[in-house]
Design a protein around this ligand. Structure first.
Ligand code: PHB
Length: 386
C-alpha cells in the first residue's frame, strides 16, 4: 500500500496543531522595557526580578517553557505604538510585559485593549491603565501614581507642614504623583503654593532650585526616578536646600539610587509599597536569592518584575498555559493573594495592587522601614467601567 504512509503522515500533521495547540509551545513573553536612558537600571531590575521567579519555577509558567523577546523602548512614548505592534504582530508574543514610563505604558495598554493581548505592567503608574483604560486583559504588579503621592500628602499634612512646593517632570507620572499628593495634603489642611516642573528627562534643575529657595516653603514634595532622581537629590543638597527645607517624595527618589546618591540622600523620608528592611521571611529569602543571582541588591523594580511573573504564573496555572482563556485567567488572578516580597497583596477590580504604602527613611544604603503610612491603600480607579 504505497499511499498509506504519506496519507497517514499528512493526517498526523494536520491533527498536530489541534492536539498540541497553544499550550505545548513555548510561552513567548514580550519584554518592553527601557534598557537605555534615565530609566535603564529600572528596566534591568524588572527583567532580573521576572527571570528570577521564572527560574524558581524551573523555567516554566503554567507548564510552558518561557522564552523572551526583548525591546528597548527608550522610555520614548513616540516610539511606543510601533514597538508594541512589532511584538504583537511580528513576534506574535503571548503576553506583553512593560513598561517603566507611564506614557509608554499607556500606548501599550491601548494596543492590548484593541488586540486583546494579555498585558502585565511591572512599573508604570499611569492612573489611566487601571482607570479609564482598565480592561479584563490588563494587569499591574506595581502601583498607580496616585498611591504613593496620596500617602505622602497625608504624612506631610500630619507633620504640620502648611506650605509646600512641588517639583517633578512634566508628564503623566509626575503630574499624577503631584496631583494625588496635593489631594491628600490640602484635605489635611496644607497648601501647595507652587508647582514646578521640567520636561522629561531633563536634569537642569538649577533655575528651579533657585525658585524653591526664594519661595521658602515649609517642605518640598518631589517625583523623580532613576538617573534623574540621583542628580536631583545631589543638586538639592549642593544648593544648600537639604539643611533648610525638608524634601519628601514618592519612594522612587531614593529607590535603586542610594549607592550613587551617597550622603546627599541621608534621612530623606519617602512613601512606597516596598522598603529595604521589611525583615519578613518572604522578603529575606527573595533578597538573598536576588543578591546571589545578580550580585546586586534588589529594589522596588526587582520586586515588581518578580510579581509580574507571579501574576502571569497564577493565571496560567488556572488556564493550563493557555493565554487565550482570558476570563479564566482574570478570574484566577482576581481571587489570588499574591505572595509578594513587599507583603501579600490582592488586585482591585481594576487590576491594580491593593497594598500597604510604607513610610521609609534613608539610613546608610537602605530605605529603612519607619511604619505604614497607609494600610491596604486602594486606587480609586477613576473612570474604570469594567
Ligand atoms: C512612570 O512613568 O510611571 C514611572 C517611572 C519611574 C518610576 C515610577 C513611575 O520609578
Amino acid at each position: 500500500m504505497p499511499t498509506f504512509r504519506p496519507l497517514f503522515l499528512m493526517a498526523l500533521a494536520l491533527a498536530a496543531p489541534v492536539a498540541f495547540g497553544q499550550t505545548s509551545s513555548k510561552l513567548k513573553v514580550g519584554l518592553m522595557l527601557p534598557y537605555t536612558g534615565t530609566y535603564a537600571a529600572l528596566g534591568t531590575a524588572i527583567e532580573n526580578g521576572f527571570r528570577l521567579y521564572v527560574a524558581e519555577q524551573g523555567g516554566k509558567l503554567g507548564g510552558r517553557e518561557v522564552e523572551y523577546v526583548k525591546v528597548d523602548d527608550e522610555s520614548d512614548p513616540s516610539k511606543a505604538t510601533d514597538n508594541v505592534n512589532k511584538l504583537v504582530k511580528r513576534d506574535n508574543v503571548d503576553v506583553l510585559v512593560g513598561s517603566v514610563h507611564s506614557g509608554v505604558a499607556m500606548a501599550m495598554a491601548k494596543v492590548a485593549k484593541d488586540t486583546g493581548t494579555l498585558l502585565i505592567v511591572p512599573n508604570a503608574g499611569a492612573d489611566a491603565v487601571t482607570g479609564a483604560m482598565c480592561a479584563p486583559n490588563i494587569f499591574r504588579s506595581s502601583f498607580s501614581n496616585w498611591q504613593p503621592g496620596y500617602a505622602m500628602g497625608e504624612v506631610v499634612a500630619k507633620k504640620g507642614h502648611k506650605k509646600v512646593v512641588t517639583i517633578t517632570w512634566k508628564y503623566a507620572a509626575g503630574d499624577e504623583s503631584v496631583k494625588s499628593f496635593k489631594e491628600a495634603f490640602e484635605k489635611g489642611g496644607g497648601k501647595v503654593v507652587k508647582e514646578l516642573n521640567l520636561p522629561f528627562p531633563n536634569v537642569e534643575f538649577q533655575a528651579l532650585l533657585t525658585e524653591i529657595a526664594a519661595a521658602k516653603p515649609d517642605a518640598v514634595y518631589t517625583f523623580f526616578a532613576g538617573g534623574g532622581a540621583v542628580k536631583f537629590v545631589k543638586d538639592y543638597a549642593a544648593a544648600g536646600l537639604k539643611k533648610s527645607i525638608p524634601l519628601y517624595g514618592a519612594g522612587f527618589i531614593t529607590d535603586g539610587t542610594l549607592e550613587a546618591q551617597g550622603a546627599d540622600a541621608a534621612d530623606l523620608m519617602t512613601t512606597l509599597h516596598y522598603a529595604d528592611s521589611l525583615g519578613t521571611p518572604r522578603d529575606n529569602s527573595f533578597r538573598l536569592s536576588y543578591a546571589k543571582t545578580y550580585k546586586l541588591q534588589p529594589d522596588v523594580y526587582a520586586v515588581q518584575g518578580y510579581d509580574a511573573a507571579q501574576i502571569l504564573g497564577i493565571g496560567l496555572v488556572a488556564t493550563k498555559g493557555d493565554t487565550l482563556k482570558k476570563a479564566e485567567f482574570a478570574a484566577a488572578v482576581e481571587k489570588a493573594k499574591i505572595d509578594s516580597p513587599r507583603g501579600a497583596f490582592t488586585l482591585s477590580k481594576a487590576h491594580n495592587p491593593v497594598q500597604d504604602i510604607y513610610l521609609r527613611q534613608v539610613v546608610g544604603k537602605e530605605n529603612k522601614l519607619i511604619g505604614i503610612a497607609s494600610k491596604a491603600l486602594t486606587d480609586p480607579a477613576r473612570g474604570c467601567k469594567s
